[in-house]
Design a protein around this ligand. Structure first.
Ligand SMILES: [Fe+2]
Ligand SMILES: [Fe+2]
Length: 246
C-alpha cells in the first residue's frame, strides 16, 4: 500500500500553488491520502470550503483527523460534512478498512498535548491548563485504545494530530514538547503493536521517529516535507526486525 500524507495545511484564503502542483497526478503515486489535521487555520467555514475544493480534486480515498486549529470551528458538524462531501473521511475515535486492502486497518483520533512523562521527559510543572490538557490526553488515548481494540486487521495504522513520542519533535524547542503531544498516545500504539503512526502538529520537528515500544512514527506536517510525503506498507524488513527486537 502506497500512502501519501500531509498535515498542517492551515488553509486560510487559498491553497499554495506548490501543493496544487504536487497534487496533480498524485493518484499515480499513492493508494490513499492521509491528512493529519490542521486542515484550516481558523476552523472557519470559508477556509474549509477552500480546502475541501482542493481535496475533492484528489481522486483517492482520503482519511483525516481534526487538528487543534480545525477544532476552532463553531460549526463542527457542518465542517465535517463539507470534508465528507469532498470524499474525506474524518476519523474521530473510529476505524476504517479501505476497499482492496482488507489487511490494513486505520484508526484515527486527534489527540492532545500533555507531555511525555515518564517515558521520555520530566514531569511538566502542573497548573490548571496543564491539568486540563492531561485530562484531554487521557480521554483521547482511551478513545484510540478503544478503536484499536475493535480492529482485527493484521496491519494497523494510527492517524493522530498530536505526537505520541518526542522522537519526531527534534528541532522544536524542548519547552514546547508538552504542547505537542503526550506519552499516553505512545503507550496505546505500543500496547496494540501498531505498524505505523502518522501525526502532524509539530511544524518544525523531524520526519521520522519511533515510540519507546518501537512503533515507527512519521511526522507529516507540510512544512517539514515542503508538502506531501510518501510512505509504503509493509515497512522495509530491516525496520520491522528492529521493531520486533525493540
Ligand atoms: Fe499545525
Ligand atoms: Fe496543530
Amino acid at each position: 500500500m502506497r500512502i501519501a500524507a500531509i498535515g498542517d495545511l492551515h488553509v486560510r484564503t487559498f491553497v499554495p500553488t506548490t501543493l496544487v502542483k504536487q497534487a496533480v497526478d498524485i493518484e499515480q503515486a499513492a493508494d490513499v491520502l492521509i491528512i493529519a489535521g490542521d486542515i484550516t487555520n481558523g476552523g472557519r467555514i470559508l477556509e474549509v470550503e477552500i480546502a475541501a475544493e482542493f481535496l475533492d480534486r484528489i481522486d483517492l480515498p482520503k482519511l483525516c483527523v481534526l487538528g487543534n486549529h480545525d477544532r476552532r470551528t463553531t460549526r463542527r458538524r457542518h465542517y465535517v460534512a463539507l470534508l465528507r462531501e469532498a470524499g474525506v473521511r474524518v476519523l474521530d475515535g473510529d476505524t476504517v478498512i479501505l476497499p482492496g486492502f482488507p489487511e490494513v486497518g486505520f484508526a484515527g483520533v486527534g489527540g492532545s498535548g500533555g507531555g511525555f512523562w515518564p517515558e521520555e521527559a520530566e514531569p511538566t510543572p502542573s497548573n490548571r491548563a496543564i491539568q486540563a490538557m492531561a485530562v484531554r490526553a487521557r480521554r483521547e488515548a482511551a478513545r484510540l485504545d478503544k478503536a484499536l481494540n475493535a480492529m482485527e486487521t493484521p496491519v494497523k495504522v494510527a492517524i493522530l494530530h498530536f505526537a505520541p513520542t518526542t522522537t519526531t519533535l527534534v528541532g522544536e524547542p524542548v519547552v514546547k514538547y508538552p504542547l505537542l503531544g503526550n506519552s499516553a498516545l505512545g503507550r496505546v500504539v505500543d500496547k496494540h503493536q501498531v505498524d505505523l503512526v502518522f501525526h502532524g502538529h509539530s511544524h518544525i520537528g523531524s520526519a521520522e521517529g519511533v515510540t519507546p515500544g518501537g512503533v515507527p512514527v512519521r511526522n507529516v506536517a507540510a512544512s517539514i516535507h515542503q508538502g506531501f510525503s510518501f510512505h509504503s506498507l509493509p515497512l522495509p524488513v530491516a525496520r520491522h526486525h528492529e521493531r520486533l527486537a525493540g
